[in-house]
Write a protein that binds this ligand. Structure first.
Ligand code: 3HC
Ligand code: NAI
Length: 708
C-alpha cells in the first residue's frame, strides 16, 4: 500500500489508516492507496468489514489544495478526480465505517460520506469549506450531504463553508455515532455490531428520503441565494454550491454528480478561486521568516501591559484579555482611564447582547484587565504595548520610562502608525527588545498585525511577536521600518488617486461605489471620513518639506480640512453624516468645493468611468507595493496581499493587490501605469521591479518563488 495508506487488521476487521501528515490531505497516492485497500478487503474472505481512519492529529482535511493549479490546467476536466474512489468505497460488499477525529473537511467529508457509516470523536469537526477557496465540493459532497443531512443543512454547509461540530453532525444525521472512549476501538466495535446484525452496506447515494419536495426546497434555495448575494457579495462559488445541491433534489445521483463536476470546473477555472487559494497559502506563508531559525527562543507571554487607553489601547487590551493573558492598562489620568475602561466594558456588553460572548466569558475577560495610573506591576510583564498619542517626543519619554521599570528581556512594542521605530528604540538602553506592533482599528476585531522590525530588533523578539500574533488570533506580517510601513505607505497613493479623480470629474459617491462594487469593504473617501481627514492633513503638512513640489497636490482634501470637515467625527467630510449609524449622505456643498478646487488647480473636468477609477486606485497600490518589495520592506509579494486583505478590506477573492496584478498581467498593468505617467505626471513613474517583471513576462508570484 505504500507509506501513505496502511492496511492492518484486528482479526476479521480491516483497518485502513491514512498517514499523510500534517493533515492527511488526499495528495497523489492517498486515493490510490485507499482504493487498493478496499480492493484487497473485498478479495479477502477472512475480512468481514473495515474501518477507515486518519493517522496523527486528524481524519482527512480535504483534497490536496497544492494540486489545484495542475488540475486547473489539466485537459482532463473530471471534477476533483475522486469520484471513482468514492464509488469503489460505496460499492464495497463489506461495510466500511469512517472513524473521524480532528477534521473531515472537503474531500475528507466526501470520503467519509461514501463510507457506509460514520463514527466521530466528540471533538471532531466536519465541513464542506470549499467555497472559502472559491470552489464547490467536487467529489459528490453536494449530492451525498443532502441525502444524509437534508437540503437545508446541506445548503448551509456547502454555500457557507463553516464547519459543524460532531454533536451537531450527529443530530443532523451526518455521523451515525459519537465515540465514547477510544475512537478506533469504538469504530471496530461499531463494525462488529453491524456484522452481527447482518446489516448490508448502506449506500448514501441510495438514501433519498431527506431530499424533500419541490415546494419546500424552492423556498430554501431562494432564501439561500438571497443571503449569499448579501453576505458573499460578488462571489460565484456560494451560488454554484446552491445550484449543485439543487441538482441533487432534481436529478438522479449520477446526473447530479455530472452537474456538480461542471460547476466545480467553472469555479476552479475562475480568478476568484485563484485569488482565494493564494490567500489560503499566503496566510500560512507569512508566518515563515527567512533567516530566523526555527529553534529561536520564543518568550512565553504570560503577562502584558498596554500604555494608553484610547481608541487603540482599549482594543489592544481586549485582544490580550480575549487570549486569556492578564493585562495592565495604564493611563495618564483617572478621567481617561475611566473612559477607556468604560469603552471596553461597553464593547463586551454589546458582544454579550449580540450573543457572541456569554456574560460569564465577558466577566472573566474584564477580570484579566488591571487598570493603573502608575508603572506598578510592569516589572514582571513579558511585553508592554505603547499606544499613546502619535508624537515622537512623547513616545521617547514613555520608552525611556519603560526601560527603567521593565525586566531586561521584556518585549517593548510600539503601536505607532507613522513614526520611526529605530528612533523610538534609541531612547532605551535595549533597542534589540523594541519592535513595532501596528494594530488596526478596531484592534479587538481587525485581524492584521503589522510587526515592524527595527534595525536592532532581535530574532527572539521577532519570533515571539509572530507567535504572539497567532495567540491573539491575528495574522502577523513582518515588515520593515519605512514611512507608513507597508500598509499605510501604499494607502497614501491609493487615496491620493481617489482625491485626484474627484477633482478631474468623478463624483465622490461614484468613486466609492466603483471600488465597493469591485469588492472593497468601503470606498477610499468614506474610509477617509471614518479615520479622520485631519490625520492625513497633519501628515501632509508635517512632511511637506520632503515632497517634490513639482508633483500634483490633493488640493481639495486640504480645502475640506480648512473648513473643519474632518469626516464622521465632525459630522461632515467627503460626505455629510446626520445620525450615528446612518450612512454617508452625498453633499452638494462638497461637490461645489471640488469644482472650485479643480478650477484653482487648472483642471478641466471630464466624464470618468468605473474602469478608470479601479485602474487608477488599484494600480497605485500595485506600483507602490512593487517599490516596497524591491526595497525589501516587505518580505514577499504575498505578504503585501495578506496585509491588504486582513487590514484594508481588500477583497480576498481578488487575491490582494499583487496577486490581482498577476491575474490582470503585469505587462498590461505596467503599460497603463506608463499611460498614467504621461497624462498625470511623475507620481506615476513605474516601479523598477514592475518594469523588470513585466518585461520578462513574469509575475510577483514567480518573484516570490525565486526568492524562497
Ligand atoms: N491541502 C494541502 N495542504 C494543506 C491542506 C490541504 N487541504 N490543508 C492544510 N494544508 C497544509 C497547510 O498549508 C499547512 O502547510 P504548511 O505547514 O506548509 O504551512 C499545513 O497543512 C498545516 O495546516 P494549518 O497550518 O492550517 O494547520 P491547522 O491545524 O491550523 O489547521 C485545518 C488545519 C483546519 C485542516 C486547516 O489547514 C484547513 O482548514 N485546511 C483546509 C481545509 C480545506 O479547505 N479543505 C477542502 C479542500 S478542497 C477539497 O477538498 C475539494 C474537494 O471537494 C474535492
Ligand atoms: P487616542 O488619542 O485615542 O489615545 C491615546 C491615549 O494615550 C489617550 O487616552 C491618552 O490619554 C493616552 N496617553 C497619553 N500619554 C500617556 C502616557 N504618558 N501614559 C499613559 N497614557 C497616555 O489615540 P489612538 O488613536 O488610540 O492612537 C494611539 C497610537 O496608535 C498612536 O501612535 C497612533 O498613531 C496609533 N494608531 C492609531 C490607529 C487609529 O486608527 N486610531 C491605527 C493604528 C495605530
Amino acid at each position: 500500500m505504500g507509506e501513505l495508506v496502511s492496511l492492518t487488521r484486528q482479526s476479521e476487521i480491516a483497518i485502513i489508516t491514512i498517514n499523510n501528515p500534517p493533515v492527511n490531505a488526499l495528495s497523489p497516492g492517498v486515493p490510490e492507496g485507499i482504493a487498493a485497500s478496499v480492493e484487497s478487503i473485498n478479495n479477502d474472505d477472512s475480512i468481514k468489514g473495515a474501518v477507515l481512519i486518519g493517522g496523527g492529529r486528524t481524519f482527512i482535511a480535504g483534497a490536496d489544495i497544492k494540486t489545484f493549479e495542475s488540475l486547473r490546467s489539466s485537459e482532463n476536466r473530471r471534477g476533483a478526480g475522486l469520484l471513482p474512489l468514492l464509488t469503489a468505497i460505496e460499492d464495497s460488499q463489506k461495510p466500511i465505517v469512517a472513524a473521524i477525529h480532528g477534521t473531515a473537511f472537503g474531500g475528507g467529508l466526501e470520503v467519509a460520506m461514501a463510507c457506509h457509516y460514520r463514527i466521530a470523536a466528540p471533538s471532531a469537526q466536519v465541513g464542506q469549506p470549499e467555497v472559502k477557496l472559491g470552489i464547490i465540493p467536487g467529489a459528490a459532497g453536494t449530492q451525498r450531504l443532502p441525502r444524509l443531512a437534508g437540503v437545508q443543512k446541506a445548503v448551509e454547509m456547502c454555500a457557507g463553508g463553516n464547519p459543524v461540530g460532531a454533536s451537531d453532525a450527529f443530530k443532523a444525521g451526518i455521523v451515525d455515532k459519537l465515540a465514547e472512549g477510544d475512537l478506533l476501538e469504538g469504530a471496530v466495535a461499531f463494525v462488529r455490531e453491524l456484522i452481527a446484525k447482518g446489516e448490508s452496506p448502506r449506500r448514501t447515494r441510495d438514501l433519498n428520503d431527506k431530499l424533500g419536495d419541490a415546494a419546500a426546497n424552492s423556498a430554501i434555495f431562494e432564501a439561500a441565494r438571497a443571503s449569499a448575494r448579501k453576505t458573499a457579495r460578488g462571489l460565484i462559488a456560494p451560488l454554484a454550491a446552491i445550484d449543485a445541491v439543487e441538482a441533487a433534489t432534481r436529478l438522479s445521483f449520477e446526473e447530479g454528480c455530472r452537474r456538480e463536476t461542471e460547476l466545480f470546473q467553472q469555479c476552479l477555472q475562475s480568478d476568484q478561486s485563484r485569488g482565494l487559494i493564494h490567500i489560503f497559502f499566503g496566510e500560512r506563508a507569512v508566518s515563515k521568516i527567512p533567516g530566523i531559525a526555527k529553534e529561536t527562543r520564543v518568550i512565553d507571554i504570560k503577562k502584558a501591559a498596554v500604555v494608553g487607553a484610547g481608541t487603540m489601547g482599549g482594543g489592544i487590551t481586549m485582544s490580550y484579555a480575549n487570549a486569556g493573558i492578564p493585562v495592565i492598562l495604564k493611563e495618564a489620568s483617572q478621567e481617561f482611564l475611566d473612559r477607556g475602561l468604560a469603552t471596553i466594558k461597553k464593547n463586551y456588553d454589546t458582544s454579550v447582547k449580540r450573543g457572541r460572548f456569554t456574560r460569564e466569558y465577558a466577566d472573566q475577560r474584564m477580570a484579566l484587565i488591571t487598570p493603573s495610573l502608575t508603572y506598578d506591576g510592569f516589572s514582571d510583564c513579558d511585553i508592554v504595548v505603547e499606544a499613546v498619542f502619535e508624537g515622537m517626543e512623547l513616545k521617547k519619554q514613555v520608552f525611556a520610562e519603560l526601560d527603567k521599570v521593565c525586566k531586561p528581556d521584556a518585549v517593548l512594542a510600539s503601536n505607532t502608525s507613522t513614526l520611526n521605530v529605530d528612533e523610538i528604540a534609541a531612547s532605551t538602553s535595549r533597542p534589540k527588545q523594541v519592535i513595532g506592533h501596528h494594530f488596526f482599528s478596531p484592534a479587538n476585531v481587525m485581524r492584521l498585525l503589522e510587526i515592524v522590525r527595527g534595525k536592532a530588533t532581535s530574532d527572539e523578539v521577532i519570533a515571539t511577536s509572530m507567535a504572539l500574533a497567532k495567540k491573539l488570533k491575528k495574522v502577523g506580517v513582518l515588515v520593515g521600518n519605512c514611512r507608513g510601513f507597508v500598509g499605510n505607505r501604499m494607502f497614501a497613493p491609493y487615496q491620493r488617486e481617489a482625491q485626484f479623480l474627484v477633482e478631474e470629474g468623478a463624483r465622490v459617491e461614484q468613486v466609492d461605489a466603483a471600488l465597493y462594487d469591485w469588492g472593497m469593504a468601503m470606498g477610499p473617501l468614506a474610509v477617509g471620513d471614518l479615520a479622520g481627514l485631519d490625520v492625513g492633513w497633519r501628515i501632509r503638512k508635517e512632511y511637506k518639506h520632503l515632497e517634490d513640489p513639482s508633483l500634483r497636490y490633493p488640493l481639495v482634501a486640504d480645502r475640506l480640512c480648512e473648513q473643519g470637515r474632518y469626516g464622521q467625527k465632525t459630522g461632515s467630510g467627503w460626505y455629510r453624516y446626520e445620525d450615528r449609524g446612518k450612512g454617508p449622505i452625498p453633499d452638494p456643498g462638497v461637490q461645489k468645493l471640488i469644482e472650485e478646487s479643480a478650477e484653482e488647480a487648472g483642471i478641466t473636468r471630464r466624464e470618468i468611468t468605473p474602469d478608470e477609477i479601479i485602474e487608477r486606485t488599484i494600480y497605485a497600490l500595485v506600483n507602490e507595493g512593487a517599490r516596497i518589495l524591491e526595497e525589501g520592506f516587505a518580505l514577499r509579494a504575498v505578504d503585501i496581499d495578506i496585509i491588504y486583505v486582513y487590514g484594508y478590506g481588500f477583497p480576498a477573492h481578488r487575491g490582494g493587490p499583487m496577486c490581482y496584478a498577476d491575474i490582470v498581467g503585469l505587462n498590461k498593468v505596467y503599460d497603463r501605469i506608463c499611460d498614467f505617467e504621461r497624462v498625470h505626471g511623475a507620481q506615476w513613474a513605474p516601479a523598477p521591479l514592475l518594469k523588470k517583471l513585466a518585461g520578462e513576462g513574469s509575475t510577483f508570484a514567480e518573484y516570490d518563488r525565486a526568492r524562497q
